[in-house]
Write a protein that binds this ligand. Structure first.
Ligand code: GLU
Length: 344
């Protein structure tokens, strides 16, 4: 009896060792996440950073300063719609700049990726997201869809009959990516629109240079509404998983972007998604991502899954520190960087 139990124990031990080796190999190769416990790595990232307090909420949009700073959620959504989550993943916060690639996607869907390259631009600026200097220095003016200038230009390019129709299409596109009916956070919109002097200047400068394709105040209003849409970390995960799934929402099965345009959109995110920290993000994670001053970040592992996180405290560049660290940790543990595994 004792011998059998011992034998079983040895066998169990050996099996566990083999399984753990298989898992380690899968992680090392980043080849097959189905054998890896994605929930485990999400839990680990959450635990590792849950007490991390560096940074502070954005306050140039007054209402963002009132969001509870300790909120923290981490989620992986796979291309077949499986969700692995931990923490405050259902809390609704304003999407802010994470909306930008998704509206660029709408423009690509309507006019093709060339229109985005020609009428907005796709070069990183290396400058802050609201830079007027970049707009003056660089001939593309709007520069790329991830900075405010390029995002306001993208909104102005949506083919619309009226302001109402423009907003309807922008929101519908975000809904299609999220697979649910997202809601405008009115108090965020009011707070941002009533203090939008910098973005108003950008919209007017673009118009002056012939790089805005609708009336400036209309573009500014629709852009500000787009940034004020409420999302959860889970919503962002599903939006990213739609891109990981070559443009088809894995929950609703609706195609949102033609598969052939997904690479261009991911390339824009890879080069510009982290504002003036896009280089270091790419250098350390090797993944396309987009951040927002509401504290959300979505990262896409093409063909596999999305990693999203939310935490309101930001660094100087406007990126959520804890969300960035959690995602970076998960990407490192799973070895999913596009240029090879980037272990932490
Ligand atoms: N609505 C914000 C702005 O225009 C977005 C900034 C961001 O998230 O980077 O300033």
């Amino acid at each position: 009896m004792t011998a059998r139990v011992t034998g079983k124990k040895i066998l169990t031990g050996a099996l566990a060792a083999v399984l753990s080796l298989t898992m380690t190999q899968a992680i090392a190769k980043g080849a097959d996440q189905s054998t890896v416990n994605l929930q485990h790595v999400v839990d680990q990232a959450y635990t590792k950073y849950k007490d991390f307090k560096e940074g502070k909420n954005a306050d140039y949009i007054p209402i963002l300063a009132t969001v509870p700073s300790d909120l923290f959620g981490v989620v992986i959504v796979t291309r077949d719609g499986k969700i692995y989550a931990k923490g405050d993943v259902d809390y609704k916060f304003s999407i802010q700049s994470v909306s930008k690639p998704f509206t660029a996607s709408l423009v690509m869907q309507q006019q093709g990726p060339e229109a985005v390259a020609e009428k907005i631009g796709v070069e990183p600026t290396g400058m802050p997201f609201n830079s007027k200097v970049a707009l003056e220095l660089l001939e593309a003016r709007s520069v790329n869809p991830s900075v405010n200038a390029g995002a306001i230009a993208a909104v102005s390019m949506v083919q619309a009959k009226s302001e109402k129709d423009r907003w309807k299409q922008v929101l519908q596109n975000l809904n299609d990516y999220a697979g649910s009916d997202l809601k405008l956070m009115d108090e965020v919109y009011d707070s941002e629109y009533s203090t939008s002097w910098s973005n108003r200047a950008i919209a007017n400068l673009l118009y002056n240079y012939g790089r805005l394709y609708s009336e400036p105040e209309e573009a500014l209003r629709v852009y500000t509404r787009q940034c004020s849409v409420g999302v959860s970390a889970k919503d962002l995960g599903i939006m990213g998983a739609t891109l990981a799934n070559e443009g088809v929402n894995p929950i609703t099965n609706k195609r949102v972007l033609a598969a052939e345009h997904v690479p261009e959109l991911l390339a824009v995110m890879a080069m510009t998604g982290f504002y003036d920290e896009s280089g270091i993000w790419q250098y350390t994670s090797g993944l396309p991502a987009k951040t927002g001053v509401g504290g959300g970040i979505v990262t896409v592992v093409p063909g596999k899954f999305a990693i999203a996180a939310f935490s309101p405290r930001l660094n100087e560049a406007g990126n959520s520190i804890r969300a960035m660290k959690a995602i970076r940790y998960i990407a490192g543990e799973l070895g999913v960087g596009l240029y090879g595994a980037n272990p932490e």
